[in-house]
Design a protein around this ligand. Structure first.
Ligand SMILES: [Zn+2]
Ligand SMILES: [Zn+2]
Length: 284
């Protein structure tokens, strides 16, 4: 069997053509794990050939809207089609705090729609199987099904509280999904020897002067500088570094090459991919 890692979205809050909001799908056989659900995640999952009924669980990295605004769409879509697939509600794993609060409340604005649908077709109301855990500085297991495990560790996306990265282990692969974070020791430790590290990427060093004194300077301060990220990937011995959540979004291959050059200048000589939506990496 193989493990596949598919980018369901490589974008950021400012929209750019062809880039859905943050999301990564990890599949191992019938196990399908989705990490974050930004803008248009349902569309990308469908294009990737994974139905909402096939999702085993969904994991949220943090409460920023670009990582969760597609989540009601996933949950409601799965509920609406449940009279066909009969898979029941989705487990959503979330750090305690604001992200958990968002998930608990996210269907409230749809109350009228839910009531109307229940008058016609739906037998039971939608349910989100909310599973919360404390974001901690050392990795802890948050999900397990047979040979596949998911661990979470707190990362550094301050001022956003309770942001986490995840490590997925299958019999043939170790995959890390950074979520949003500065380059940090926690992700470096989590990624030691990983086959694939899907990490957010921001061209902080290259654009330092251009953004000085603008709101982007503050935004860049809590994202991962691509040069420092190259150092992290080298020290951790990552097999394949996949860049996502690209700031600024490259518009062509020359723009992508700049991200790769940053990572190289940081010291990483391994395989690098600059993410595009639906890019899939296979391990095993
Ligand atoms: Zn964020
Ligand atoms: Zn983000």
């Amino acid at each position: 069997m193989t493990t596949t890692v598919t980018l369901t979205g490589t974008g950021v809050p400012i929209p750019s053509p062809g880039r859905a909001g943050a999301g990564v799908l990890v599949r191992y056989g019938r196990t399908a794990l989705q990490f974050d659900a930004g803008r248009a995640t349902v569309l990308r999952l469908t294009e990737a050939g994974t139905g909402l009924h096939e999702l085993s669980a969904l994991f949220v990295t943090h409460v920023h809207s670009d990582h969760v605004m597609g989540l009601p769409d996933v949950v409601l879509g799965r509920w609406i089609q449940d009279h066909v697939w009969r898979t029941g509600p989705l487990e959503v794993h979330v750090p305690e705090g604001e992200a958990a609060g968002f998930v608990a409340r996210m269907l409230d604005p749809y109350a009228a729609d839910i009531a109307l649908r229940m008058e016609h077709v739906q037998e039971v109301p939608p349910e989100t199987r909310l599973r919360t855990f404390a974001a901690e500085a050392t990795p802890q297991e948050v999900w397990r099904d047979g040979e596949v495990t998911v661990e979470a560790v707190a990362v550094h996306h301050e001022p956003v509280p309770d942001a986490v990265a995840y490590r997925i282990r299958t019999p043939d692969a170790t995959v890390v999904v950074s979520g949003d974070t500065r380059v940090c020791e926690e992700v470096e430790e989590l990624s030691r020897g990983a086959d694939v590290l899907v990490h957010e990427a921001c061209r902080t060093t290259a654009l330092r002067e251009a953004v000085a004194g603008t709101p982007f300077e503050q935004i860049f301060s809590y994202h991962a500088d691509t040069v420092a990220l190259g150092g992290l990937a080298a020290r951790a011995g990552v097999g394949h570094l996949v860049l996502t959540h690209l700031i600024p979004a490259p518009e062509d291959e020359a723009g992508e090459a700049e991200f790769v050059a940053d990572v190289r200048s940081g010291g990483y000589g391994g395989r690098v991919s600059v993410g595009r939506d639906l890019m899939t990496v296979t391990v095993g």
